[in-house]
Design a protein around this ligand. Sequence first.
Ligand SMILES: Cc1cc2nc3c(=O)[nH]c(=O)nc-3n(C[C@H](O)[C@H](O)[C@H](O)COP(=O)(O)O)c2cc1C
Length: 189
Amino acid sequence: MSQTDNFFMKRRSVVAKKMLPKPIDENDLKKIINAGIRVPDHGALNPWKIIVIKDDKLKTIDEEIILSEYKRENPNAGLQNLEIEAKRLQRASVVLAVLSTPVEHPKISKWEMVLSSGAMCMNLLSCAQSLGYAAQWLTEWYAYNNKMLQYLGGRPKIDQISGFIYIGHKVEEPTERRRPDPEKVIFYI
Ligand SMILES: Cc1cc2nc3c(=O)[nH]c(=O)nc-3n(C[C@H](O)[C@H](O)[C@H](O)COP(=O)(O)O)c2cc1C
């Protein structure tokens, strides 16, 4: 494979609203999750968790957490916004929530544990995309909501939601987006 047709030279996310939420092959899902836990992890501390949200759970969390918390925080919200919030997770076939769950360690910093959870998100995203799925890494407002964190098994004030990896099917191939000017972000010293 040459430099230009390498998977990472072409990899693109597909926005959640453009995914088709029909079921995902169980073996593919296992591969994606296993790719996630093969992430670099200083000291093999496993300072993260993957919570698999699929089938009825997508609707349950949409209604019982996302919509209800949105209504509580935005009591005057209009119908159009409520309709969006009521179906957030249901845009995908499966949503993989990644929690950063740092542990106490005499030498390894929490920063490195948080970085590992971000890398886990990227492993999950890349693996799903390499298998031909539509996938996107999202946080949106509910990644910062305490009720959501606790529902997913996170410890408030310690754990954080690193992201929700939305996975579904492509309806069409995504077009390229604006990429950084290499000269502004890459430096050879
Ligand atoms: C930590 C993180 C959180 C993100 N959260 C959002 C979000 O809430 N809403 C959004 O539109 N894009 C969000 N994005 C951006 C998209 O996932 C993605 O970067 C964009 O669709 C282009 O991706 P691509 O370079 O893989 O094609 C987030 C990205 C990261 C890394």
